[in-house]
Design a protein around this ligand. Structure first.
Ligand SMILES: [Zn+2]
Ligand SMILES: [Zn+2]
Length: 368
């Protein structure tokens, strides 16, 4: 099969022919329909997030179940499914208390070593060289996923477009849950990319009264305004803190989502909070980044800072699919570019240049 391989030497991907993987017990083989183009992959490509090489990245997939391993009974061959990037093991101490977004085996095996939970990757080159898997390694024609991370897509819902539920919508839903939004809250979303766009959609659904989107790209701001952002601020030419204060009677917002992962935008998120406000930090900052906090203000103004990596796959993915069926979440309105697998490197270069509004996806079937 064809797969996009990162050899670790630089921020580029190369299409290679590698053996089709085999699912083990409790796993499925997915014929990938689409895989989202995510900033987190880019962080790995640029070596800003440590990950072993050579590797197959891609962690936002949908597809058709091609084959099932022993003991799989929640999906069958031919089912159309979507998978989340956090693939919960289901039995670690966090999973058993419902905190699948902290799954220990996922972080210890997959995020550190690029393997599944028996300590082995399912991917290798023809010469036997193992290829690390970032989540399921979805930038390929086929991938192996734990069956606990496969969620059936309802009839009538497009399979390609729901791929982005697995990371950008999933991450956004986790962030909104962690924000404890209340009806009438005022919020700001810093960085209007894939995750930021989804946060805006959820905030509209949650009855937030004011949604202020902040970015440096006017096209992205225009796109999130169409999704329901009530105000937009281009922080390249405007002082974002002063502008947010001006839009909120001088108070600031109840919740600031930081979806970039940058010390400067983290500072902005803290500076635009109203008293008692919550900063929800969602963006993945390069390893070693630190943010500064005014400690006296944190205490006196009772501010909160929540880290939020993802959502809880087994309850939140079905919820996301229900929201898509109901028209509350419209992934097709967030996807603005579609590439073939052969164009994968071009897609990530465009992402690196900040050109992608909303989300781009790689469509495997479209590969000539
Ligand atoms: Zn992602
Ligand atoms: Zn777990």
């Amino acid at each position: 099969m064809k797969a996009a391989v990162w050899d670790g030497s630089g921020p580029t991907l190369t299409i290679e022919d590698i053996p089709r993987p085999e699912p083990k017990r409790g796993e499925i083989l997915l014929k990938v329909t689409a895989c989202g183009v995510c900033h987190t992959d880019l962080h790995v490509l640029k070596s800003e997030v440590k990950f072993p090489a050579p590797a197959v990245l891609g962690h936002e997939v949908s597809g058709v179940v091609e084959h099932i391993g022993e003991g799989v009974d929640n999906v069958a061959i031919g089912d159309r499914v979507v998978c989340s990037f956090i693939m919960p093991c289901g039995d670690c101490r966090h999973c058993v208390r419902g905190l699948e977004d902290l799954c220990e085996k996922f972080f210890a095996h997959n995020r550190l070593n690029g393997t599944l939970y028996d300590g082995e990757s399912r991917l290798a080159r023809h010469d036997g060289t193992p290829l690390a898997m970032y989540s399921m390694g979805g930038l390929a024609e086929y991938c192996v996923v734990p069956a606990s991370d496969a969620f059936k897509v309802p009839d009538g819902v497009g399979l390609g477009e729901v791929s982005i539920l697995g990371c950008s919508s999933f991450t956004a839903l986790g962030a909104v849950h962690n924000a404890d939004l209340e009806l009438g809250d005022r919020i700001a979303v810093i960085a209007a990319g894939g995750v930021g766009s989804s946060i805006v959609q959820f905030a509209v659904a949650a009855g937030v009264s004011q949604i202020i989107a902040i970015d440096v790209n006017d096209d992205k701001l225009k796109a999130v305004a169409a999704l329901g952002a009530t105000h937009t601020i281009n922080s390249r030419d405007t002082d974002a803190v002063a502008a947010v204060k001006a839009l909120t009677d001088g108070h600031g917002v109840d919740v600031a989502f930081e979806a970039l992962g940058n010390p400067h935008t983290f500072a902005t998120a803290m500076d635009i909070l109203d008293d008692g406000g919550r900063a929800v930090v969602v963006g993945i900052a390069p390893a070693g980044s630190t943010g500064q906090i005014d400690l006296a203000r944190l205490v006196r103004r009772k501010l909160e800072i929540h880290g939020s990596y993802g959502a809880k796959a087994r309850s939140d993915m079905p919820a996301l699919l229900r929201m898509v069926s109901a028209g509350i979440v419209e992934p097709e309105h967030i996807i603005t570019r579609r590439y073939t697998l052969d164009q994968v490197d071009e897609a990530y270069q465009a992402l690196a240049r900040g050109e992608i509004v909303g989300r781009a996806i790689i469509e495997m079937e479209a590969t000539p």
